[in-house]
Design a binder for this molecule. Structure first.
Ligand SMILES: Cc1cc2nc3c(=O)[nH]c(=O)nc-3n(C[C@H](O)[C@H](O)[C@H](O)COP(=O)(O)OP(=O)(O)OC[C@H]3O[C@@H](n4cnc5c(N)ncnc54)[C@H](O)[C@@H]3O)c2cc1C
Length: 660
């Protein structure tokens, strides 16, 4: 390798085999030891690439846009491809937005741009095999973070879905909302319309809960929600132990529970994953007003004057600009959306300048405020056959396979996580700040040396993941390079606020105590992790530093200022994470996007607002109000920070109102 090659191919009329030809040529050159950096193109007057692909420029063109990456650029002289709306990212949020647009605005044409494939595959569909899907490199961005100082310099794997449905097609399917106080805090911070009272109707609208309609749930929405029915004895023992430890054991964890344990609700319908891809996009595909563009990476938002009007995409190494008549809606997730904004010149000016990216909007906020839920896994080996390991023999596996084939029931029709809940790290807290997820098998999570085989248990046992639900620490996303195919740099900065580590360690200690309850202790043969260390704060904190990983719930990286918004623009650019829109960046999450203790996938219901054209809101990531009963110095300090931020929001709002 090392020699550079430029390939040449002639494109003739209706030459559908051209791409194959190019691939063959590229493969040939690569095999011959060349590094392909670009392809010369030539088209005759009759040259045509079957619609809707763009035609090439009449003259030969060559531009290798990413040094040595083998990606080709092409100038488009054919009629440009235009839609009313372009949604970037067919993930959990993007599918809702695109599906609702298609459903409620039949005359409007929408393009849904997705970097991954639309082929979902069995492991994403069959709930019991979702743990395989979540690690599949083909469906995953496979991010690796920068070293985390407070985790002894360890790097972590961050899974994020790269497939139709996004992370929602590879996740654990848990349906967990935040607490009402967490949403109310949003409203208090100036995010009008985002109090619990206002968002609850959208939660209800989105779901068909198998419990039926009640105060908390709806029964006619597109997303099916059902309580887990995993019937392994270890799940019952776990809940019994929670009761013995004094925690409420509840029927419905989404009924505004401040603290408690129970069976999780899951997004599963008829034994299949009920993702937003299935619920919103599949029905839309028959309508003809939604076009999916799979395998297409959005490389840059095209901003002309003060308007975001198109998206530069790369597909099969070919660049193309597609255009939006109305709006571009970013739904690429908490890592990719800030990356795309920065590649488009919207981000911290000094950082962009270092990478020679022309600055369109100096927005220091882009990429900042990264929040995620760090987690720590307690692992227990069991002395009796009470866990999912009992399926690990050929006869049992055949049995559950047959049962699923016949009835779509049994353990393959359930999520691999069944029970858990919320607990307080400090009894003084108004609302619990810790998420607990129990998996009825011994699993290994986190670390850059992740292997699929790690997911399969080798003996009976179970895992209890204890995670910070409302961390105070904030990380950031930075570009690695101006190449859109390069992963951005992720700085999670877990535990940069020491109180986060202290709180998580306290919760771990409480959980270890809970595992000594009469209902479960006899089933536990030995505690594997953390093992024989004292249940003392210092020792646990040290072990958390050594082993903590993450739940995969990043958020908060696209907040910004209202003054950045191009208010008069017909085409507005929306931020995805936390719901702030480019033309109203003070809105909601904008400056104050805070992460709730809940999982993330539930807050996706689109919302249509005729008055402002399209308003599609991601329900977001609040944190409950800091109350007087939160006494520690660190929490007090964080309250001061919050007030300072709120003042900044007010200032931004005033300034932008004056600007306009
Ligand atoms: C392994 C795992 C387990 C999880 N378990 C749960 C759970 O049990 N319950 C829960 O509620 N939450 C869970 N989550 C979190 C939840 O799935 C995510 O928070 C949620 O899916 C985020 O939605 P999103 O739309 O912001 O991003 P995503 O769903 O990640 O979607 C982003 C989409 O945009 C695409 N994209 C990104 N950049 C570009 C680009 N430049 N061009 C084109 N396309 C692009 C991506 O390929 C992806 O499809 C889990 C996540 C993971 C990874």
């Amino acid at each position: 390798m090392g020699q550079r090659a430029a390939l040449y191919c002639r494109v003739s009329a209706a030459d559908q085999s051209r791409i194959r030809q190019e691939r063959d040529l590229t493969a040939f050159a690569t095999r011959a030891g060349y590094k392909v950096i670009g392809v010369f193109k030539e088209t005759g007057s009759d040259a045509k690439l079957g619609d809707p692909r763009p035609m090439l420029k009449p003259e030969a063109s060559f531009r290798g846009f990413s040094k040595g990456k083998g990606v080709r650029s092409r100038t488009d002289s054919a009629p440009a491809r235009r839609w009313d709306y372009i949604v970037v990212g067919a993930g959990a949020a993007g599918c809702v937005v695109a599906g609702r647009l298609s459903q409620t605005m039949p005359d409007v044409r929408t393009a849904l741009v997705e970097a991954g494939s639309v082929r979902l595959g069995l492991t994403t569909k069959i709930p019991g095999t979702a743990f395989i899907a979540s690690t599949s490199p083909r469906r995953n961005w496979n991010f690796v973070t920068e070293p985390v100082p407070a985790l002894n310099g360890r790097k972590l794997h961050w899974f994020q879905g790269r497939i139709l449905g996004g992370s929602g097609s590879i996740n654990g399917m848990l349906y967990l909302r935040g607490h009402s106080l967490e949403y109310d805090q949003w409203a208090q911070l100036g995010c009008h319309g985002w109090s619990f009272e206002r968002v609850l109707p959208y939660f209800k609208k989105a779901e068909t809960n198998t419990r039926g309609a009640n105060e908390w749930h709806g029964d006619s929405g597109p997303i099916t929600v059902k309580p887990s029915r995993v019937d392994l004895p270890i799940c019952e023992a776990f809940l019994a132990a929670a009761g013995e430890a004094g925690f409420p054991v509840v029927d419905d964890l989404n009924a505004d529970v401040a603290e408690g344990f129970g069976r999780f609700d899951t997004n599963i319908a008829n034994g299949r994953r009920a993702s937003t891809a299935v619920a919103y996009v599949q029905p839309a595909r028959g309508r003809g007003n939604l076009e999916l563009l799979p395998g297409t990476i959005a490389a840059r938002i095209v901003i002309e004057g003060s308007r975001a009007c198109g998206v530069e995409t790369v597909r099969d190494g070919v660049r193309e600009t597609i255009w939006a008549e109305r709006e571009i809606i970013l739904c690429g997730g908490a890592v990719n959306s800030p990356q795309l904004l920065m590649l488009s010149g919207i981000g911290p000016a000094d950082h962009l300048a270092r990478l020679d990216i022309p600055v369109v909007i100096d927005a220091a906020e882009v990429g900042r405020n990264l929040q995620n839920h760090p987690s720590y896994a307690l692992r227990f080996a069991c002395s009796q056959p009470v866990t999912a390991y009992k399926y690990m023999n050929p006869r049992a596996a055949l049995g559950i396979g047959l049962r699923y084939a016949v009835s779509r029931g049994g353990s393959l029709g359930e999520s691999y996580v069944a029970t858990g809940g919320f607990m307080r790290s400090d009894p003084a807290l108004a609302v619990s700040d810790t998420i607990v997820v129990m998996a009825p098998a011994l699993i290994t999570r986190g670390g850059v040396e992740w292997r699929l085989a790690d997911l399969f248990p080798e003996r009976h046992g179970f895992t209890v993941m204890v995670g910070s639900g409302r961390p105070l620490s904030r990380g950031r996303i930075l570009l690695r390079s101006s190449d859109p195919s390069a992963h951005p740099r992720i700085f999670p900065e877990y535990f940069s606020e020491p109180e986060d580590l202290r709180a998580l360690a306290r919760s771990v200690r409480r959980m270890r105590d809970m595992m000594r309850g009469p209902s479960i202790r006899d089933l536990i043969e030995v505690e594997l992790t953390p093992g024989p260390i004292a249940n003392e704060q210092a020792a646990i904190e040290e072990d958390v530093r050594a082993r903590a990983a993450t739940f995969f719930h990043p958020s908060g990286t696209c907040h910004g200022r209202r003054s950045d918004c191009r208010r008069r623009s017909a085409v507005a650019c929306y931020w995805d994470k936390g719901a702030a829109r480019c033309r109203r960046l003070d809105h909601a999450s904008g400056a104050e996007c805070l992460h709730p203790r809940a999982n993330d996938h539930d807050r996706r219901e689109g919302r249509h607002d005729d008055r402002r054209g399209l308003v599609t809101r991601r329900l977001g990531r609040p944190r409950p109000p800091m109350r007087a009963d939160v006494r520690t110095k660190a929490l007090f300090a964080s309250r001061v920070k919050l007030i300072a931020r709120r003042n900044r929001v007010i200032e931004w709002t005033l300034r932008s109102v004056t600007d306009c």
